[in-house]
Design a protein around this ligand. Sequence first.
Ligand code: PGA
Length: 244
Amino acid sequence: MPDACKLAAGNWKMNGTRADLDEARALANAFPEPGCGVLLCPPATLIAAMAEAVAGSAVMVGGQDCHAATAGAHTGDISAQMLADAGARHVILGHSERRADHGETSADVAAKARAAHQAGLVAIICVGETEAERDAGQTLDVVLGQLGASLPEGATAANTVIAYEPVWAIGTGRTPTLDQIAEVHDALRAAVPDTAISLLYGGSVKPANATEIFAIANVDGALVGGASLKAVDFGAIITALATA
Ligand code: PGA
């Protein structure tokens, strides 16, 4: 059985202008052979420029969302084909901020993932419980329920990555205990259709906690928000993953 690939994925969210491409260039220069996958997902306005800025390096570029349709009358939306055309290799789907801010359901996420796969993109499908759901003892039910409903048919390690992101840990500086992360990741590993699918942890990952999180069985990397904006911080996380 092949091992899952290690991946350090950065989610810039709604942050960054062209001046910040220097951070991507710095990463590309610092990690000619990173020892793990390195991905930056900037806002859509920067995808093409970032792909150009890091061309020929080990740094990959991705989107943060796509529409389920290929083209058409969907003002403000972006298709998976457009992301691929701009130089993206991956797309984050079903992030809790999209599920909360845009009412995305797991069925929507599955439809978007199908579109991503058709466009040749790797779909990074996000799942995670709210604090109330954790307090109510529903974490595994919620996470596995989202997984089952968000994963399209035909998901394999070649086209799909799963990110476990507890909603209450995102941007808060709070993280689950290592045992809590392990419990969810073990359950995800048992539930995914291809055991080589990479399982990322996300939520307040930073240089100071990356090493202990990457030592957990079935954690194959991280989806990093705030700490991915600066090459020095994200670089420390990449080093921690490469040496885990
Ligand atoms: P954070 O965000 O690292 O800033 O907590 C993680 C995410 O939302 O992907």
